[in-house]
Write a protein that binds this ligand. Structure first.
Ligand SMILES: Cc1cc2nc3c(=O)[nH]c(=O)nc-3n(C[C@H](O)[C@H](O)[C@H](O)COP(=O)(O)O)c2cc1C
Length: 306
């Protein structure tokens, strides 16, 4: 009898049914996405980042297609964690797929506050969004090892839930930052978020985004994210990684696994095709059959050096 490949994977002690993670900000609150796509194909889906108080976000335009990717400058518009808990929190257990809550804030204490409220809902893990430009005085937590580890320590104090630290490909030195957040208590790192970018309309001469500079995502950033995954996985082989950036096919997932990721995020691809996760999993299963792979773990970090 033909045995089916084992698609489950692990992030440390945390088990995922499949290696696919629906990335934060690209599947709404997850609850609203459940009617659009089959969420069973994901090991986990990450709800939009939430802050302690409501954030109104930036004014339009906040999204733009450019090149083969997209720019966003949404400014983490969200209703605040308490309203989110009241509106969405009670729907999560009925979704049938693990939902991770994403915490964001201006200070380490704010991240801790958000995490303590998220922990009262049925989220199964917390992702710390260290890679949005909201550090006190500007900047980004994920570019500063000390600031990033203070955030992780504050969340760790607030809850025992599994915790991922979402880092930034804008960081010149990703390994020391990954090391600092692991030391502070992160169970895994997510590599990574969007790459800073900008674009301009040559007819109107206006910036594509109201905030001018925003986050560039989609196909073109895949090599940048793969570089981050490879650098961290080879320097810190015991730290689990969710590789994220530019994934749109089963082959992309394999590439991230080979580079050393244990799970792989799908983000911008949802905007062109909300059910892309189903196609990616079919393509992944084909690759497994073609290469006689029985278990996801056979591919993780299995790149062959020259
Ligand atoms: C419109 C949009 C909104 C996003 N919002 C968030 C967010 O709220 N929190 C977060 O951690 N990442 C957010 N991201 C980043 C994605 O989760 C992902 O890390 C990034 O887009 C790279 O992956 P991709 O190339 O597959 O999109 C957002 C991305 C997009 C395109």
């Amino acid at each position: 009898m033909k045995t089916l490949p084992r698609l489950g994977t692990r992030l440390g002690d945390y088990s995922l049914r499949t290696p696919l993670v629906a990335s934060c900000g690209t599947v709404g609150s997850v609850a609203d996405f459940a009617g659009v796509a089959d969420l069973q194909v994901y090991g986990a889906a990450v709800a939009k980042s939430v802050s302690p108080t409501p954030w109104s976000g930036r004014k339009p335009p906040r999204l733009a297609a450019t090149g083969d990717g997209m720019l966003n400058g949404i400014g983490i518009q969200n209703p605040g964690v308490r309203a989110w808990r009241d509106e969405i929190g009670s729907q999560l257990s009925a979704i049938g797929t693990d939902v991770w809550g994403s915490a964001v804030g201006h200070t380490a204490e704010e991240f801790g506050e958000v995490a303590s409220v998220l922990a009262t809902t049925s989220v199964t893990a917390i992702e710390a969004n260290l890679s949005c430009p909201n550090l006190e005085g500007g900047g980004m937590f994920a570019l500063d090892a000390g600031a990033a580890s203070r955030v992780i320590a504050a969340i760790r104090q607030a809850t025992d839930l599994p915790l991922g630290a979402k880092l930034s490909p804008n960081s010149e030195q990703i390994v020391p930052i990954a090391s600092a957040v692991a030391e502070a208590g992160a169970d895994w790192v997510v590599l990574g978020n969007t790459v800073w970018g900008a674009g301009f309309d040559i007819e109107t001469r206006r910036p594509l985004l109201s905030g001018v500079v925003g986050g560039y995502s989609g196909r073109p950033i895949k090599p940048i994210a793969l570089r981050c995954v490879w650098e961290v996985s080879t320097s810190m082989p015991d730290l689990p990684i969710v590789g994220t950036g530019g994934v749109a096919t089963g082959d992309d997932v394999v590439e991230f696994l080979l580079a050393g990721a244990s799970a792989v995020g799908v983000g911008s691809a949802h905007f062109a095709s909300p059910r892309i996760g189903e196609r990616i999993m079919r393509q992944l299963a084909k690759y497994f059959r073609r290469h006689r792979i029985d278990d996801v773990s056979e591919l993780i970090g299995a790149v062959r050096p020259w």
